[in-house]
Design a binder for this molecule. Sequence first.
Ligand SMILES: Nc1ncnc2c1ncn2[C@@H]1O[C@H](COP(=O)(O)OP(=O)(O)O)[C@@H](O)[C@H]1O
Ligand SMILES: Cc1cn([C@H]2C[C@H](O)[C@@H](COP(=O)(O)O)O2)c(=O)[nH]c1=O
Length: 244
Amino acid sequence: MTPSPLTAPDSVPASGDRRRHPAPAHLVFFHGPMDCGKSTLALQVDHNQSRQGRHGVLLTQGDRSGSPQISSRVGLRRAAVELDAGTDVRLLVRDRWAAGHRVDYLIVDEAQFLTGAQVEQLAELVDEFHVDVYAFGLTTDFRTRLFPGTQRLFELADDVQRVQVEVLCWCGLRGLLNARVVGGEMVREGATVVVADTAPAPEAAAAADGEGADAVRYQVLCRRHYSRGQLGPMPTGPGQLALR
Ligand SMILES: Nc1ncnc2c1ncn2[C@@H]1O[C@H](COP(=O)(O)OP(=O)(O)O)[C@@H](O)[C@H]1O
Ligand SMILES: Cc1cn([C@H]2C[C@H](O)[C@@H](COP(=O)(O)O)O2)c(=O)[nH]c1=O
């Protein structure tokens, strides 16, 4: 683990003062495939925490909306601080403290994109500065491998929970794996990070006769249909299936 740039807890404002908060802080990781409600849950946790008078900071990286926010497909969205691989999360929190703000908890969406070092920084904020961290992210990438951030969260989190809302494969079985679809075809090679949605591009859905050659989307599949590469009927909108 990297050495800490932060000073002793007595420089931390009230929220980081262990004597006022005897209960230990926690690093909790909620994970699942795309579309299982992770961002919705992130906003719900934030809502419930802030209702208790606690002060949180929302963090994300590469939200589908293209904006620095946590956005849920249910329709909720909230502004968030955009991270990149070079962000030291401890310094980000220290700057809040320096500006006189309390930081009781962090909500981290798209946590699969964190580096291992950033997960370690989050763990330090929990252990040394009593900041609760709630992280939300994908379990596996389009090749069925753990993302690096996810792996480190599995290794370090106090509590790891699979999000309970089931995403269904087109066959009706629980979908666990994220297929990447480019131009209508499932691909198994490419960059690990390609930000895109599960919905087909609107123009493809309208035409219902294929997808643009460069259009990228993701589709959640059960293990059998992932390994067979079978995408099933093409989704054209809520409750509609068109034959491919
Ligand atoms: N119109 C809708 N009505 C109710 N629930 C919806 C609607 N649209 C999306 N959802 C729910 O939102 C879920 C996706 O939530 P979201 O937080 O965006 O997922 P994730 O962050 O895991 O990708 C879907 O699985 C579905 O349960
Ligand atoms: C599987 C997979 C996904 N991504 C991207 C696609 C989306 O922008 C996000 C996940 O968003 P969600 O809130 O969970 O729906 O991750 C990626 O870059 N690489 C992948 O392999």
